[in-house]
Design a protein around this ligand. Structure first.
Ligand SMILES: Cc1cc2nc3c(=O)[nH]c(=O)nc-3n(C[C@H](O)[C@H](O)[C@H](O)COP(=O)(O)OP(=O)(O)OC[C@H]3O[C@@H](n4cnc5c(N)ncnc54)[C@H](O)[C@@H]3O)c2cc1C
Length: 617
């Protein structure tokens, strides 16, 4: 009997066994491991189970943009594969993303449209010290050369892999829309297709579904099995600092809709392993691949890189899936190290974003009631057509920057520099310098900030009844969220209301907000904004009711993670490979690129390399 069939048999037998003593013992292990810091996690990591609940050659943690390709590639190379996924469905941020897929280096799409590119050109692009964004951020300078070499050599392979596994792309020339830090010499952005809106099949109704539902189908056809609703908490290694990685422990964390005891169901339930244990151990005969999507949702973890990012900043992609740093933490406990941390700065191409939606907590993507996660989202928010209709104030009710300003500098992709010459010291002179001060000013409030963390606090859009008419907004539910949107007959009432928001820790003094609005109204009369040079200040805020709507910028990506080598093997503090441990996507370090191109490519690399490992005894 081949190994894959044996695995399936073992899994189905387990499915009917029900709860065992082993499961209960493992629950104790899980609670010791979760949230208790590195030492406890290290102890759990070396408490190797005497018996495993499940096993496969390759165990992939996370089923998103890195995890699904990794699982398929490992299966393509003969491995049996189990994917452990914390969410109720597969796909992670991949499933809900915009579907712009940056892959170059000589893809068939580039060749079809006569675009000259190659691994060598891509590698030079991705390591060019001389390119800086319009805000002065050196886009490629801190990329790890080994990691970029692997990306450059494998991006075209990854694109063909997507086509072979059913991903649907628009038939058009690769472009630049959506490309961040993907190199300047050639257009490299491909556009995935999804036109059917939000539904259980496509929670955000966006292009990512055109890639990741087909990948899910392909993985299942190739024998990959999925353990959904299980959150990996522990990676087992022979000792915390030596030997092979042997498997993982995961705990059952179902997604229950508010007021319901029934777990949310995946769009497709075939190939899903049914388990009843609260905690499950999964042996990896060959390797574990961490594809957990980064650390941006873990407030303490993200503050290692930027202490300004206190709890009020929400993260793109929530509440569909979170980037809770669990992959990084479990790997650190078995000796891994972080890498490329200079890339994790909010100065970078959209890592932190001002979004054109106000009045709701979760504003990226723009959720609708048709999404299965809408009960967690609660409100669609109000889409802003023109920032001229409002002012933006900080937690104490003061304006802080020109409200019309872009939230972030737009990527250094093809066409950004003319001419572009690799490594030319003059490249830095060819940009029009534009500081990214909107976001920096938003993050920099001292007034009202309080111990222990001195949070800068929320940003609020302040407007009046006339603005609601101009924007053609319907304010009735589910447009706005009662804790993220407030109204009052007077500005003083509005200022008092915002204190109800869980992240507004300071009082917004009524007098400050009134003075801010009075001054802004005078600026409108005057026709010039001496405070922030907002061009063409147009509309007074004068007609009650008045409103305050949540407009706090959103953290988007993780750009620093675990140290990996060209094969995506995780490395320790001595620069040695941790045998049997791989990582890719946003949980891996060494990359400045936004998004799924690197995640898919690293999945393709890691899946193959993991499958080629020897079976551990
Ligand atoms: C709204 C939005 C739009 C975007 N648009 C684009 C775009 O157009 N183009 C682009 O290139 N990029 C885009 N991105 C970014 C892109 O989707 C991500 O960079 C990419 O998905 C990262 O891949 P990943 O595999 O690292 O993480 P993910 O795709 O998020 O996958 C991680 C998976 O791991 C699971 N997981 C996490 N921890 C655990 C655990 N402990 N145990 C088990 N499972 C776990 C998560 O639930 C998740 O399913 C967008 C992102 C968002 C949120």
């Amino acid at each position: 009997m081949d190994r894959r069939r044996k695995d399936r048999k073992r899994i189905s037998r387990r499915d009917f066994v029900g709860k065992t003593g082993l499961g209960i013992a493992a629950v104790a292990g899980a609670s010791a491991a979760s949230g208790l810091g590195l030492a406890a996690q290290q102890r759990a990591a070396s408490a190797i189970p005497a018996k495993w609940d499940l096993e496969a050659d390759v165990v992939v943690i996370g089923s998103g943009a890195c995890g699904l390709p990794a699982a398929i590639r490992a299966a393509d190379h003969g491995a049996s594969v189990i994917v452990v996924e914390a969410n109720y469905d597969v796909g992670g941020h991949g499933m809900i993303n915009g579907g712009q897929v940056p892959l170059g280096g000589g893809t068939s799409a580039q060749r079809k449209y006569g675009i000259v590119d190659s691994p060598e050109i891509l590698f030079k692009d991705l390591t060019d010290w001389s390119v800086v964004e319009t805000n002065g951020m050196p886009e490629y300078r801190y990329n790890d050369r080994a990691v970029q070499r692997a990306l450059a050599d494998n991006e075209a392979v990854a694109y063909e892999f997507l086509l072979e596994n059913g991903a649907r792309f628009e038939d058009r020339a690769p472009g630049v829309q959506g490309g961040h830090a993907i190199g300047i010499s050639a257009p490299r952005e491909n556009y995935a297709r999804w036109t059917r809106g939000q539904s259980a099949e496509s929670p955000a109704g966006s292009g990512g579904t055109g890639v990741y539902r087909p990948l899910e189908d392909s993985a299942k056809k190739k024998g990959v099995r999925f353990l959904l609703n299980y959150h990996m908490d522990v990676i087992y290694r022979q000792t915390p600092s030596s030997g092979r990685v042997l498997g993982v422990q995961a705990s059952y964390r179902p997604r229950l809709l508010p007021g319901s005891a029934t777990p949310m169901q995946p769009f497709r339930s075939d190939a899903v392993i049914a388990m009843t244990e609260k905690t499950v151990t999964v042996r990896a005969r060959k390797a574990v691949i961490i594809a957990t999507g980064g650390s941006s949702s873990h407030v303490h973890f993200r503050r290692m890189f930027d202490p300004r990012l206190t709890e009020e900043y929400q993260v793109a992609g929530e509440p569909y899936s979170t980037q809770d740093a669990s992959g990084e933490l479990a790997a650190l406990a078995v000796g891994a190290t972080l890498w490329g941390t200079a890339n994790q700065t909010m100065e970078r191409n959209g890592a932190f974003r001002k979004r054109p939606v106000v009045g709701a907590q979760h504003i990226y993507p723009e959720w609708t009631p048709k999404s299965p996660v809408f009960p967690f989202v609660r409100a669609t928010g109000l889409h802003v057509s023109s920032w001229a209709d409002m002012i933006l104030v900080n937690q104490v009710g003061r304006r802080f920057y020109n409200e019309d300003a872009d939230g972030w500098p737009y990527g250094t992709h093809h066409g950004f520099l003319d001419p572009y010459i690799h490594g030319d010291w003059r490249n830095g002179r060819r940009i029009t310098y534009k500081p990214q001060n909107f976001l920096d000013a938003a993050l920099a409030v001292n007034e009202g900030s309080q111990p222990p963390d001195y949070n800068a606090g929320p940003i609020w859009a302040i407007f009046d009844a006339d603005a609601v008419v101009r924007e053609k907004w319907d304010l009735s539910p589910p447009a706005t969220d009662s804790l993220y949107f407030f109204s009052g007959r007077t500005l003083a009432e509005v200022a008092a209301q915002v204190r109800k928001n869980p992240y507004q820790k300071a009082d917004m003094p009524a007098g400050t907000l009134e003075a801010t609005v009075a001054r802004y109204n005078a600026i409108v009369d005057f026709g010039y904004d001496p405070d922030f040079e907002r061009p063409n200040p147009k509309y007074k805020i004068q007609t009650p009711p008045f409103y305050a709507a949540w407009a706090t910028p959103v953290v988007h990506d993780t750009y620093a993670g675990l140290r990996i080598n060209v094969k995506c093997q995780v490395m320790d503090f001595n620069g040695e490979v941790i045998p049997g441990l791989y990582c890719g996507g946003e949980s891996a370090g060494g990359c400045s690129q936004h998004g799924q191109g690197r995640a898919i490519t690293q999945g393709v690399i890691a899946g193959k390399e993991a499958a080629l490992e020897r079976i551990s005894s």
